[in-house]
Design a protein around this ligand. Structure first.
Ligand code: NAP
Length: 272
């Protein structure tokens, strides 16, 4: 299927690593021009060089998104370089473990790391997106529905992202701008690997998590997440807006009985 993304201009926040990098790779492969907003200059410039070597354009804009002036600068640089914005992928975020006991200042800082820049990017890109009848993809998290404990700032941010996805879909429908959210639960990224590596039994911890994922008893891959995001960003999903889509192997919503290994002992499968 031709996703009709050739020549489109996309901004991806946090595009140097993990899910963001997967989305950048897919967009470039489809012929889009990408602007990657990230903190590390070394990583961003390396990606820019690798893309250029493959005949692709992946402009790096350095900045910490928790400072909204970086968001403004990223949009301005995109418009200077390409003159248009067709796709905004709000992806950067971190589960920073700011719990109820952390205090109001820490909570506000967590919102700055996880939520405020989603609004800021959309706000600064608004006129360009209206002009192009563009698309916004927000990357969320299952934590907004399940909770996790000890992470109020992240949970509030991800809940806010779902709310903003619906709100912006309504707001921008008259302008032909579509807005959708893609929610991971357990996606295997370098960061996830690093987190588990800090545990006493990383392989055991990974195996335990995998047991809880009904479809395939495995983590979602970065590519599976990126494929959904890029499809939703493409004109091929031209009548889909305001949707909150879980790419999680059924982890968040399927019957809890599915989280045990021998599903055949439960429900209809047991009677067949
Ligand atoms: P990741 O591997 O840590 O990649 C995130 C990227 O975003 C990194 O390049 C990071 O840069 C960048 N970034 C983060 N905060 C930034 C900031 N304030 N300014 C500029 N760049 C920033 O994370 P990931 O697992 O791919 O997560 C991507 C999104 O998916 C996040 O919104 C996350 O909440 C969501 N998510 C992931 C999972 C999962 O299982 N992986 C589950 C649920 C939700 P640095 O290297 O400088 O930090």
């Amino acid at each position: 299927m031709d996703l009709e993304l050739k020549g489109k201009v996309a901004i991806v926040t946090g595009g140097s690593k993990g899910i963001g990098l997967g989305i950048v790779g897919r967009l470039l492969a489809e012929g889009a021009h990408v602007v990657n907003v990230n903190r590390s200059e070394a990583e961003g410039l390396q990606l820019e060089r690798e893309a250029a070597a493959a005949g692709q354009q992946c402009l790096f804009v350095q900045g910490d998104l928790s400072d909204t002036t970086s968001c403004h600068r990223a949009v301005e640089k995109t418009l200077q370089a390409f003159g248009r914005i067709d796709i905004l992928v709000n992806n950067a975020g971190v589960n920073d473990g700011v719990g109820l006991d952390a205090g109001v200042d820490a909570f506000l800082d967590s919102l700055r790391r996880n939520l405020i820049h989603y609004y800021a990017m959309a706000h600064y890109a608004l006129n360009a997106l209206k002009k192009s009848r563009g698309v916004i993809i927000n990357i969320g998290s299952k934590v907004c529905e399940t909770g996790q404990g000890g992470t109020s700032g992240y949970a509030a941010s991800k809940g806010g992202i779902n709310g903003l996805t619906r709100e912006w879909a309504v707001d921008l429908a008259p302008h032909g701008v579509r807005v959708n959210a893609v929610l991971p639960a357990e996606t295997w990224t370098p960061l996830y690997e690093k987190c588990l590596a800090a545990m006493p039994d990383p392989a055991g911890a990974k195996a335990h998590l995998e047991e809880l994922i009904p479809l395939g008893r495995r983590f979602t891959t970065i590519e599976e997440l990126a494929d959904m995001a890029v499809f939703l960003a493409s004109p091929r999903s031209s009548h889909t807006t305001g949707q909150i889509i879980f790419v999680d192997g059924g982890y968040t919503h399927l019957d809890r009985k599915c989280t045990v290994r021998d599903v055949s002992t439960f429900g209809a499968a047991a009677n067949s």
